[in-house]
Design a protein around this ligand. Structure first.
Ligand SMILES: [Zn+2]
Length: 456
């Protein structure tokens, strides 16, 4: 059997793993490249396989860097089945059409302002393409073994990263592979911990935080301090939050702080229709997370939900102290960009990032200390306080990954370290080798590795 790494190599985006054995093929994850332009351009490259020849696609979770290429895969001829958890399916119904809409918006904007070298600039796919892709989905329960053909079977295991997030155990004849997808944390505010695994032949492990341990600070305390500090300056706190997972954690913690009267009575706005819809899904899928249904409903009570674009723009017309939670989490797009444009040049205000900021994103430039930032084709000076709270991260850090690996009773034959920037992936490789002495490698983009059964 061969495994080819068609993304999430040297970067956290574009996850795609292509397995081929005899005449059978299987794709695990189908993500978009995001962030730096050379990476985004890869979305336009031809695939190194024939999409029409793939009978099955398995998804670890709904984030666009793991699913956002699906509509394009289908445009390229894929006609097979897409398997994922129920939670992932529900989230994809929200995230994929939105991704199509954003692709159309980007193309439209580039055409209007002449940004693109291509005339006209075209979207990778449209909202309609994305909606059409949903009919290929086959949602499954966790722990349910599915036999795909004579060679392949698989099982989804909870990964604790976001709603529906799964690790995927693929069995080919007698050989087992485990894809961690994005691995959650043992003590996440919302999600239950990832399932433990005791034995596997080949492990494909993420390394987003392969070189770091998250501050063990209490994220609630951190939010309390940032909101108080900013409100006392008479400023606005803008929180770019990933619409899936982090936005729910942030509003849950803010609702607790309000209830305990630990923050002033400033208005709190959730300005992301997607985060609103996802919050409702979290309430529906109670078994996967730690929040009791009552908490789930109550957390929305203290937060004003912003629905229309006009309401959203209205928030920027005054600088009365308030908290705005809005997507996207790395400020690459979405409504948070106009809030940043309105509030980032005033030193009274704070921009609080709540998770990993990929290279090439506005979020990453800001947490690195950029003094100006380009938005809507214009450079805007940065004077607001910029804070990164990684205690709210939905990814296991290096110590937590090592702890999770500690449950293995036997060394895997090989560990492939993916889904990390080069430094992070290399750091995790060294840590795993040092602690466990396992054979590890960091595959390169498009690298194909033979893991034939003869190596058993
Ligand atoms: Zn993810």
């Amino acid at each position: 059997m061969n495994i080819q790494f068609i993304g999430a190599t040297g970067t956290v985006t574009g996850s795609k793993y292509f397995l081929s054995a005899n005449n059978t093929q299987l794709l695990v994850d189908c993500g978009l490249f995001q962030g730096l332009k050379p990476l985004r351009l890869r979305n336009w490259d031809n695939l190194p396989f024939k999409a029409s020849a793939i009978p099955n696609l398995l998804l670890t979770h709904a984030h666009i860097d793991h699913t956002g290429y699906i509509p394009l895969l289908i445009k390229n001829g894929f006609q097979g089945k897409i398997y994922c958890s129920h939670g992932t399916h529900e989230l994809c119904k929200i995230l994929l059409p939105d991704s199509g809409y954003l692709q159309e918006e980007d193309a439209h904007f580039a055409n209007k302002h002449g940004f693109s070298k291509h005339h006209p600039a075209l979207p990778l796919y449209t909202k309609e393409d994305a909606e059409a892709s949903l009919k290929y989905f086959h949602p499954l329960d966790f722990e349910q073994e599915v036999k795909l053909n004579t060679d392949f079977k698989f099982t989804l295991l909870p990964a604790g990263h976001i709603l529906g997030a799964s690790m995927i155990k693929v069995t080919h004849k007698n050989t087992t592979l485990l894809f961690t997808g994005d691995l959650g944390r043992p003590h996440d505010i919302i999600m239950k911990p990832p399932a433990t695994v005791k034995e596997i032949d080949y492990l494909i492990a993420e390394s987003t935080y392969g070189d770091r341990t998250h501050a063990r600070t209490d994220p609630k305390k951190e939010l309390e301090e940032v909101i108080n500090r900013t409100a006392h300056r008479g400023g606005v706190t803008v929180i770019p939050a990933f619409a899936v997972g982090r936005a729910q954690a942030v509003i849950y913690l803010i609702s607790l702080l309000k209830k305990e009267r630990k923050i002033p009575d400033v208005p709190i706005y959730l300005d992301s229709p997607m985060a609103r819809d996802v919050t409702n899904l979290y309430c529906e899928f109670g078994a996967e997370h730690r929040l009791p249904t009552t908490e789930c409903v109550l957390m929305c009570r203290d937060v004003k939900i912003i629905n229309t674009v006009d309401e959203s723009k209205n928030l920027d017309t005054n600088s009365i102290p308030k908290v705005i939670v809005s997507a996207s989490g790395m400020a690459t797009g979405g409504r948070v960009v106009h809030h940043l444009k309105a509030f980032i040049s005033d030193e009274k205000n704070t921009i609080l990032f709540t998770g990993f900021q990929a290279a090439g994103t506005r979020g990453e430039a800001l947490v690195r200390g950029a003094r100006q930032i380009k938005m809507y084709g214009e450079y805007i000076p940065v004077r607001a306080e910029i804070v990164l709270s990684d205690s709210l991260s939905a990814h296991a850090d290096s110590q937590e990954i090592l702890e999770w690996l500690g449950h293995f009773k036997k060394a895997p034959k090989e560990v492939f370290i993916t889904h990390g920037e080069p430094l992070q992936a290399e750091a995790l490789r060294l840590k795993i080798q040092e602690k466990f002495g396992w054979r590890c490698r960091v595959p390169k983009y498009l690298e194909k590795v033979n893991i034939s059964d003869s190596s058993l």
